[in-house]
Design a protein around this ligand. Structure first.
Ligand SMILES: Nc1ncnc2c1ncn2[C@@H]1O[C@H](COP(=O)(O)OP(=O)(O)OP(=O)(O)O)[C@@H](O)[C@H]1O
Ligand SMILES: [Mg+2]
Length: 353
């Protein structure tokens, strides 16, 4: 199994003012799926192409299990890339497309035929060897592209948005197929996507990039619970941001003093964040609820979404979002004053941007 290490990996395309990828340092866990996530144009495809050997880095190193592969040609690296738009050979049959890599490596025809048949079974296209790519659906073509990549038994599998051209139903199927095959073969895999939910569903680790730079590399859960910046939190759907001044466990905010658990950020200005589902909304009764970290707020809007209800509330001059149980929709009306509880455990602090 191959460990992939990127060291200060950079790419500035000719005539470009800004680097497409800037000093990327990453060690990809062996045999796992890493999602390379980020908005369009942030450099994801460029990273894959450099690993595959299709684009030469302008700076930095790429190592497979501790050895630099920069001097190896693409076909000798043992990394295969499945492209964003699957480029099948239109005049070859499905079988010839899938077997192409083996034929190029001089494998005998009988073995190629046997392996092609097995691969097509794996991607659930058994018996379609003789079709042409244009006689297949988009989802089937994508599976042919996957089979064509896997047949050469790569050490590293590079998937560039393999689900982007599929409808919701096929996406789910293809996702399951990739996960099953990846688990079976335990190939070190990089899965590029700009969809955070897809990254959560597929990956053991996520590397999030903005404009060519790595922002955070961590297990999916950390992006919800421990984002490193306001930008990362926003990319993962964070909406509640409250400026604060940290004094130990005390946070001075426009909503009053709130208390947090110990946090590694130094005292001083910080940005407090809390996920909408972690805020608790309670009726404002004659006796205030017990406990601390409770502020007054007014209901501005409520959206019933079946599985949950989303409240927009105003506290002081801040607008916050709260997600609650669907039955809570009946407990509150617009304009009502409520208590909003910030559980200390769920408060997370970010550097002030
Ligand atoms: N061959 C090239 N020559 C010059 N600039 C390029 C080239 N390929 C990509 N770029 C630029 O480099 C940046 C990163 O492109 P890249 O294709 O890696 O982004 P991406 O994250 O894969 O985007 P998307 O999600 O849209 O596929 C973009 O600004 C793009 O315009
Ligand atoms: Mg791309």
């Amino acid at each position: 199994m191959t460990q992939v290490t990127l060291h200060q990996l950079s790419q500035t395309y000719p005539q470009a003012n800004l680097p497409a990828v800037h000093r990327l340092n990453l060690t990809l866990p062996t045999g796992q799926i890493t999602a390379l996530l980020g908005p369009s144009g942030c450099g994801k495809t460029t990273v894959l192409k450099m690993i595959a050997g299709l684009v030469e880095p302008t700076e930095g190193d790429i190592q497979f299990s501790g050895k630099s592969v920069l001097n190896l040609l693409a076909e000798r690296r043992g990394a295969v890339m499945v492209f964003q738009s699957h480029l099948l050979f239109p005049y070859m049959s499905v079988g010839e497309n899938v077997g192409f890599g083996l034929k190029m490596r001089g494998v005998d025809a009988a073995t190629v035929r046997r392996r092609v048949a097995t691969m097509l079974e794996w991607v659930q296209l058994g018996g379609l060897e003789n079709r042409r790519p244009k006689q297949l659906s988009g989802g089937q073509q994508q599976r042919v592209a996957l089979a064509r990549a896997l047949i050469v038994e790569p050490q590293v599998l590079l998937l560039d948005e393999p689900l982007s051209n599929l409808d919701a139903h096929l996406r789910g199927e293809m996702r399951d197929l990739i996960l099953t095959i990846q688990r079976k073969l335990a190939i070190t895999t990089i899965f590029v996507t700009h969809d955070q939910e897809e990254a959560m569903l597929m990956a053991d680790q996520i590397a999030l990039m903005f404009v060519g730079r790595l922002q955070q590399f961590a297990p999916p859960r950390d992006f919800y619970e421990r984002p490193v910046s306001v930008g990362v939190a926003r990319f993962f759907g964070g909406v509640n941001f409250i400026p604060a001044t940290k004094h130990g466990l005390q946070l001075e905010t426009p909503l009053g003093i709130l208390h947090s658990l110990p946090h590694t950020l130094p005292d001083g200005p910080v940005m407090l964040t809390i996920r909408p589902e972690n805020l608790n909304i309670k009726p404002h009764g004659p006796t205030p609820p017990a406990g601390s970290n409770i502020v007054l707020a007014t209901i501005q809007q409520q959206l019933y979404l079946g599985t949950h209800v989303r409240f927009t509330v105003q506290a002081n001059n801040l607008i916050l979002e709260v997600v609650a149980e669907p039955r809570q929709v009946d407990q509150f009306r617009l304009g009502q004053t409520v208590h909003l509880e910030f559980p200390a455990l769920q408060i997370w602090l970010l550097p002030m941007p």
